[in-house]
Write a protein that binds this ligand. Sequence first.
Ligand code: UDP
Ligand code: MG
Length: 317
Amino acid sequence: MRISVVVPVYNEETGLRQFFCTLHDVLRTLGSSWEVLFVDDGSADDSWVVIQQLASEHAEVKGIRLSRNFGHQMALTAGLEHVSADAVITMDADLQHPPELIPELVARWQQGFEVVNTVRTDAAEMRQFKRRTSALFYRLINKVSEVPIPAGAADFRLLSRQANQALLAMPERHRFLRGMVSWIGFSQTFIPYTARPRQHGESKYTLRKMMNLGADGLTSFSVAPLRLALLLGLISIVLAFLYAVYVLWVKIFTHNSEPGWTSIIGVSMFFGGVQLFTLGILGEYLGQLFGEIKRRPLYVIAQTAGSVEPSARKEII
Ligand code: UDP
Ligand code: MG
């Protein structure tokens, strides 16, 4: 039995060594063989130097360095593609995901679960803003998404080899792993945990990165936004008809209509509606195409440290 831990790293040089020490203490007690794969997501600080040092000190430590900052979800994907263990655990490098939970993740996997998710329960330490926007986002996405995505779901989870392979067979560019993991199915379970305050540095999730992640989540698991255009078009066609009735009424039964007014208003409102409606249909097809043409590589590797496994993706596609 082998366990891999995949850790995305972006400008975490100050806390990385402490993170590894804590993780190391937990992994040693597991009684199975393990490895840690750090994915340096184009850090601007000396994170890669620390990773290289750790890799030279411990045979179990490996590293991949991406050629630029591709983002948390891509860094996770890169890591998941380069492990071949029986189970793979993904977690953040800032100790917000408590390594002490790992034995429990492994125990649940041994009970037969293919995916062991974690859900953040007590978020008291989180900034009010992040907590509110996160709660709102999950309420919205669960209304429209094709698969359930629990609020507070974290990218701290264990995947069996089979679940990981299913995940890697999904080629999309806009990756919202929380939704994708829910999509693959298998027997899944959830473990609650309390997020701790960040040990070093500050959050690398800028507002922009958070909004991008949210938009990817919404558009890759729902076509509801596209349908909105259809709905708007339909509503305006109905309104146009109602208004046409009104302008006709003004024309026929009163004397205060200008010549030409009735037809211009009626026709322009109707075609406004028709245009929105057809735009909505076009959008629907465009959305479908958009989902199909994502054929670029998801990330680019610049360097590796330790004996990193070859990518699993080629074998799958
Ligand atoms: N991270 C990354 N690339 C990015 C942003 C973040 O690899 O572009 C990593 C980061 O180093 C950390 C994890 O993803 O290990 C989660 O980021 P962070 O803790 O900043 O997010 P938060 O916990 O504030 O949501
Ligand atoms: Mg964090």
